[in-house]
Design a protein around this ligand. Sequence first.
Ligand code: 5GP
Ligand code: ZN
Length: 113
Amino acid sequence: MDCIFCKIVAGEIPSKIVFEDDKVIAFNDISPAAPVHILIIPKKHINSALTLSDDDYDVISSIFKTAVRLAKEFNIAEDGFRIVNNCGKNGGQTVEHLHFHLIGGRCLTWPPG
Ligand code: 5GP
Ligand code: ZN
């Protein structure tokens, strides 16, 4: 499968990995939107939130646990941060491997564009 994030999981594309366990990997976004911009993804290929199967919901827990752990580690927990999942064309999803953005280190505006 020609998936950039599967290639990052396999180590075929270099990335700055900041956390990894058996289910999840987290790495710096190549084009950061804020001082801290980390992508947290399941190692297993899942296209998007829309294609999650019942067995996949465990990995979502792991992703949120990882996000909170990294928010503390990268010192954005106290000031606040955002966890974002873009889904589909109108949601702004550009990589079809489920991923959550952990963004922080500056004041983020709302609503998004
Ligand atoms: P989306 O728009 O799908 O929610 O987010 C995809 C994110 O992946 C973007 O923020 C983009 O900068 C990031 N990205 C795309 N290709 C690569 C890559 O090869 N390496 C890394 N580290 N990030 C990538
Ligand atoms: Zn993939």
